[in-house]
Ligand binder design. Structure first.
Ligand code: NAP
Length: 307
């Protein structure tokens, strides 16, 4: 399969890139900088093209040669949402044109389990109606744009909603491991909220499985079903730190003042299930953060040493 991938230099995208290459697929990766592109030929199975999400002319021709369009990039700036909208429309347009010409294209859009909001009424599966916190209020509309465009064109659309990703040195758990190494961990709120989480390599395997599964369409959650409380994750990290760090709980209103709507997303209490992903044979290899902290701490240290 030929795969067009955005965000290949990012946390989620780099794991997804590895998984597609490991599975023997050819990947065309959109990168922003020519220095990254010039590294790519040394890696079999990967061709990098230089471009920017905001400039579809820089990537639509390359995307149109591929069978799966996988969007994991996200620009974390004030214009990030509108950049994402431009990319979604451009990729869905490519998918529609190629599908109309007789080759059915798949599009995988990366959303987030956070769009579900607090899961007060019990565990949320893929049929749950999103009730996003303010910071993610825009996201259901982007999911819908992908699904509706595919319904019109006949392309195949897949929405992946990962929980908090762990593994390596990046992401929220990477930040907690770094904070522990620095000697102080700050927890937003009382730490009793539960985070849905997923190991980066398991998440990436889901993308490969979805791209390869011709019948799969719609929304797919990616979580390890551990339902771990933030305080339990932090305590496990503290136990494995070389020197015991301080743990401070920052009252939610104070965190909200400092961090804005991001605090709402981190403070969510969520129990998220992934029955549709499991139904296509996807089975995460890691089942919790707390049960794997020794391994994750090792991964964190070696990723940092390699950086
Ligand atoms: N990390 C998590 O725990 C998590 C959990 C759930 C959902 N998600 C979702 O997954 C997606 C990716 O998150 P992430 O953690 O992987 O983010 P990340 O590490 O910040 O990666 C972002 C990627 O997007 C690329 N990018 C940014 N702006 C671009 C532009 N204008 N044109 C082309 N490429 C651009 C970046 O390229 P450069 O290297 O050039 O900056 C990088 O490759 C997001 O939608 C996020 O909401 C993440």
């Amino acid at each position: 399969m030929r795969v067009f991938l955005t965000g290949a230099t990012g946390y989620v995208g780099s794991a997804v890139l590895d998984a597609f290459v490991r599975a023997g697929h050819q990947v065309t990766a959109l990168v922003r900088h020519s220095s990254t592109a010039s590294d790519a030929p040394s890696r079999p199975g990967v061709e990098a093209i230089v471009g920017d999400l905001l400039n579809p002319a820089s990537y639509v021709a390359a995307a149109a040669t591929c069978d799966a369009l996988v969007h994991t990039a996200f620009e974390s700036t004030a214009r990030g949402v509108s950049v994402d909208r431009v990319a979604v429309e451009a990729l869905m347009d490519v998918a529609a044109r190629v599908t109309a010409a007789g080759r059915r294209v798949s599009v995988i859009y990366t959303s987030s389990a956070s769009v579900l909001g607090q899961t007060r009424g019990g565990p949320a599966d893929e049929a749950a109606i999103p009730e996003p916190p303010a910071a993610l209020a825009w996201r259901p509309a982007h999911e819908a744009a992908v699904l509706e465009s595919a319904a019109r064109s006949g392309a195949r659309a897949l929405i992946v909603r990962p929980g908090i990703v762990y593994g390596g040195a990046q992401g929220v758990i990477g930040e907690l491991l770094q904070a522990a190494a620095n000697g102080i961990i700050r927890v937003i709120g009382d730490g009793q909220n539960r985070w849905p989480s997923i190991y980066d390599r398991d998440l990436a395997e889901l993308y490969v499985r979805l791209a390869s599964h011709a019948d799969a369409e719609g929304v797919f959650h990616a979580t390890d079903h551990a339902d771990e409380r933030v305080d339990d994750i932090v305590e496990a990290i503290v136990r494995h730190a070389r020197t015991r760090p301080d743990v401070r709980h920052v009252p939610f209103p104070e965190a909200r003042l400092k961090l804005g709507p991001y605090a709402d997303a981190v403070a969510l209490d969520q129990v998220v299930r992934a029955p549709r992903s499991r139904a296509i044979g996807w089975a995460p290899s890691l089942h919790s953060i707390t049960g794997n902290v020794a391994r994750l701490t090792e991964e964190f240290r070696s990723a940092q040493a390699a950086a």
